[in-house]
Design a binder for this molecule. Structure first.
Ligand SMILES: [Zn+2]
Length: 189
């Protein structure tokens, strides 16, 4: 179901528009020193990206303050931190048991994710993701609790809607992880 989105240009364009909105918010917020933020995007060579949209995925929105020169990179639904593969690919490939079903094997083959890379991603979801401030804040909000061994697959299932909506919601949920500085999360338990 969800993995068809890896070949859907309209889904990639939707992610781009979300990133443009997030970048707009970052810019409008300005720098904490009171300076003005100027575009200073990072070049990227994304893997797992459709050729049809590749040109729009070769940079990550980022800004530089005109006064203190501090970098301010906006949250992203396209790039999950520094990983070369797009967040979409990292989530979907990690969520499947590559090699255990024909569909999963095709997906890994199509994206040419090396086995070692996939192993690192799975390890990150299993060992590191549960320790992130985002998950520490969010895990109690999912009832019944999400089995940490089933992340991210079990997490996709907790978001509502069509596959595209669920995945979009998950990628938005994960955006605090895509910037070094932790975004202030809403108050609550
Ligand atoms: Zn500044």
């Amino acid at each position: 179901m969800c993995h068809a989105l890896l070949q859907d240009p309209s889904f990639f364009r939707l992610l781009l528009r979300i990133d443009e909105d997030l970048a707009g918010e970052t810019r409008a917020g300005g720098c904490s020193c009171g300076g003005v933020l100027h575009r200073a995007d990072y070049p990227r060579k994304p893997r797992g990206c459709l050729a049809a949209v590749r040109a729009q995925f070769e940079s990550r929105f980022s800004f530089c303050c005109n006064r203190c020169r501090r970098r301010c990179t906006s949250r992203s639904v396209r790039f999950l931190g520094q990983r070369v593969y797009l967040g979409l690919a990292v989530v979907l490939v990690s969520a499947r048991h590559a090699g255990q079903t024909p569909a999963a094997a095709r997906l890994s083959g199509m994206l040419q994710v090396p086995v070692r890379t996939l192993g690192r991603w799975r390890q990150w979801w299993r060992d590191r993701f549960p320790l992130t401030p985002l998950w520490q804040w969010a895990c109690a909000r999912f009832l019944p609790p999400v089995d940490s061994g089933q992340i991210p697959g079990g997490l996709i299932e907790r978001f509502t809607g069509e596959p595209a909506q669920r995945l979009r919601r998950l990628l938005i949920f994960l955006t605090p992880l895509t910037v070094r500085r932790m975004i202030a999360l809403p108050e609550g338990r």
